[in-house]
Design a protein around this ligand. Structure first.
Ligand SMILES: [Zn+2]
Length: 450
């Protein structure tokens, strides 16, 4: 079934019309000019030993307050079935607690950090309940988790709790002036700062600033991106980006360090040192991956006016244990988040097409469905028009085309899909398993092609 739909936005086609096949379903985030954008700016800081001790104390107090909120809300919900308001929580857990023998040390750290911690805990609850009621989009949010000392630590200060000195040092309330390595200038006056200590023991600050939308004309109209494991991204223009396999390369070292950690007595000095070593390597792997994803997403955004991705059920796939490491390693989710954020910043159209769209089965030249291809087929020929296709490239072209017919086709497509499936939707978990299997076999096959 094929129909022609007039498209008002010239973002995807220069002719103004686009061929749309049945069964489309896309979620589109159209660009909005002059949207105020908040951006994070991360810089490394170097506190002196005294400041480190004060930071540790603040992390600790913030953690205690957060956990107190969780405990109190849990209790009051179980006993009286009511929730406690933020003001009441602040009074009980900060103001009054400071005068008790168990919590007197809360007075030693910044009050703003403690208040922000209560707000974070309440937000975690709100997200949980909204998700429970189905009012929240995206992944299910679990019950708020208690914060632990062994994880990365953070606290946030709003205006009044910090300032940037003329000499470039950062003043934090009750901690003092800290040396910052400014990797770039802040785009505007920051509205808040988050101080972070990662598991590797490094300190960072992350400022939230308002940024202006970047005016930049892209040379290309739009790009469809097919994400995979062996080839990280295939662009509809024909470009392929190999997966750098960052974790894979360090896996031997990581295993050795983890083994050495497991032999140490828990809590001992040697254990702490070994734990740091593991954390440091993990941090390096993560940084390298983030760097790769940032460079690629910036390149794609600066070259294209519209970006189209396929909606992948990443959490479903990660649940497949054989695949989990490979998928966590490639970082699709992080990549998608970066593309989305940068689309807003650069004023681009960002499209996500449904994962039900048979992007790898359809011939991108004539639009006919070729049926399910065996997964080891990397190159195939269309029986209807004779076009020869690279599997990933064909999918990328289809992904790009699928975004063209969203607005008119959305409702029709839901109906069509329902009919096509005999009124039944494939459950999410089986779809996840499907997708997982696909990716696994693609990867296995790549051993022979690459
Ligand atoms: Zn064809």
């Amino acid at each position: 079934m094929t129909k022609i739909i007039r498209v008002s936005s010239p973002a995807l086609t220069s002719t103004g019309s686009v061929q749309v096949q049945g069964g489309l379903c896309t979620i589109i985030r159209e660009r909005q000019p002059n949207t105020p954008v908040k951006a994070r700016n991360r810089h490394r800081i170097y506190p002196n030993p005294l400041q480190r001790r004060m930071l540790a104390r603040t992390f600790g107090c913030v953690r205690v307050v957060f956990n107190d909120v969780l405990r109190l809300r849990q209790e009051s919900y179980q006993t009286t079935g009511t929730t406690t308001s933020i003001t009441e929580l602040q009074k009980q857990l900060i103001t009054q607690a400071k005068h008790t023998r168990e919590r007197w040390w809360l007075a030693e750290v910044s009050n703003i950090a403690l208040q922000q911690s209560i707000q974070d805990a309440c937000l975690a609850f709100r997200n949980f309940f909204q998700s429970l009621k189905g009012k929240r989009k995206g992944q299910k949010v679990g019950f708020p988790r208690f914060k632990r000392k062994s994880n990365a630590q953070a606290f946030r200060l709003t205006r009044g709790g910090f300032s940037i000195r003329d000499n470039g040092k950062l003043y934090l309330a009750k901690i003092g002036d800290i040396k910052v390595r400014w990797s770039r200038k802040l785009p505007s006056e920051p509205s808040s700062v988050t101080v972070i200590q990662d598991a590797a023991g490094r300190y960072f600050v992350s400022f939230v600033c308002d940024v202006e939308q970047i005016e930049h004309e892209a040379p290309n109209e739009g790009v469809g991106i097919d994400l995979g494991i062996a080839t990280f991204a295939t662009l509809s223009m024909g470009e392929k980006v190999e997966n750098p396999r960052i974790l894979q390369r360090q896996l031997k070292r990581l295993r050795r360090l983890q083994q050495s950690l497991s032999r140490k007595v828990k809590g001992s000095k040697r254990y702490q040192i070994a734990r740091r070593k593991v954390a440091r390597l993990r941090a390096r792997i993560k940084d390298t991956r983030t760097d790769f994803l940032h460079k690629l997403s910036t390149k794609i955004i600066s070259e294209n006016q519209a970006i189209v991705l396929e909606d992948l059920n990443v959490s479903g796939m990660v649940r497949n244990r054989r695949l989990a490491r490979a998928i966590s390693d490639v970082g699709w989710r992080q990549f998608r988040a970066m593309l989305e954020a940068k689309s807003i910043r650069y004023g681009r159209d960002f499209h996500i097409i449904s994962r039900w769209e048979p992007t790898s089965q359809r011939c991108s030249s004539c639009g006919k469905l070729g049926g399910k291809q065996s997964l080891d087929v990397r190159v195939w020929m269309c029986l209807y028009c004779g076009a020869e296709h690279d599997r990933d490239l064909n999918a990328a072209v289809n992904i790009k085309q699928a975004a063209g017919g969203h607005s008119e086709a959305l409702n029709a497509c839901v109906e069509q899909r329902r009919n096509a499936r005999g009124g039944l939707h494939q459950s999410d978990s089986s779809a996840a398993a499907d997708e997982a299997r696909t990716r696994l076999e693609v990867e296995q096959f790549s051993l022979f092609t690459c």
